[in-house]
Design a protein around this ligand. Sequence first.
Ligand SMILES: C[S@@+](CC[C@H](N)C(=O)[O-])C[C@H]1O[C@@H](n2cnc3c(N)ncnc32)[C@H](O)[C@@H]1O
Ligand SMILES: [Zn+2]
Length: 268
Amino acid sequence: MQQWQSKMLRCPFDRGQLLAGEGEIRCSECQRTFPIVDGIPSFVLPDLATAHEREEWLRKQSEIQARDAQASQYDRLLGLLLMSPVETRMTLRALRGESGRFNVLAEIGCGTGRMLQHFAALADFAIGVDFSLQSLRVCRQRMQQAGFLEKTLLIHADACFLPLADEVLDAVASCQLVEHLPSDRLRLQVVAEMARVLKPGGRYAISGYHWSWLTRWGGAKQGMHPGGIYYYRFTRREFYELVNTHLPVESLRSILGYVWLASGSKGA
Ligand SMILES: C[S@@+](CC[C@H](N)C(=O)[O-])C[C@H]1O[C@@H](n2cnc3c(N)ncnc32)[C@H](O)[C@@H]1O
Ligand SMILES: [Zn+2]
């Protein structure tokens, strides 16, 4: 593990300093060890489940299994293929604001790296966090092909308990993650975590399902996708309040009636 990578990481249980060793990382506070799998430090432990309500944890477990199973086909989903060009352009513009480049940028819930490959081009160092190890393996290959692997850190972790130090990021993005957190409490917790790891003045862009004329057509406000993935669709007000509770919303736009995109800077 490179020095810049270990400097970013903290124990998700107590924020203790982590010491990188051969094939694992140890917390200097609680002495827990975390494995490094295919170069990816892994912090998704059953232990963390005790911090969840049981039902919420079971829903997350079912999503991890579904995401692992679909990792090799995810990038071929028709809806994503159609939306990606517009979504990428709008999200990059929203994230940059007036900024040019970033030093350290992270995508939380990066999946197979569909968006992370574009974010990484804006940054000196890129971090991708996801709780599906299979998706991260696909992401790793993609970052290697794009020539970004050397400056990328992929982390296997639950977005509700980010193993990152406070205020280390110059920019944070999250694309179509928040709608999959299975309760109001966890959706707020994820946004709070993103705010915690972002530097004051740092930029953010967060997207999540839009409850619109389009998605109402044959769709439900919340439910389960085939395979066991929970989702929630937000009204404008709900999405604004979710994000603005922890990060000031400067812009809130819909991408093709399918997802909301909120962006802005963290206050000083
Ligand atoms: C709809 S996919 C989006 C992936 C990627 N951001 C993109 O736009 O292509 C949602 C991703 O969030 C991840 N995810 C959902 N809940 C998570 C959680 N609690 N912690 C970490 N990752 C999570 C899933 O594994 C999945 O890869
Ligand atoms: Zn610890």
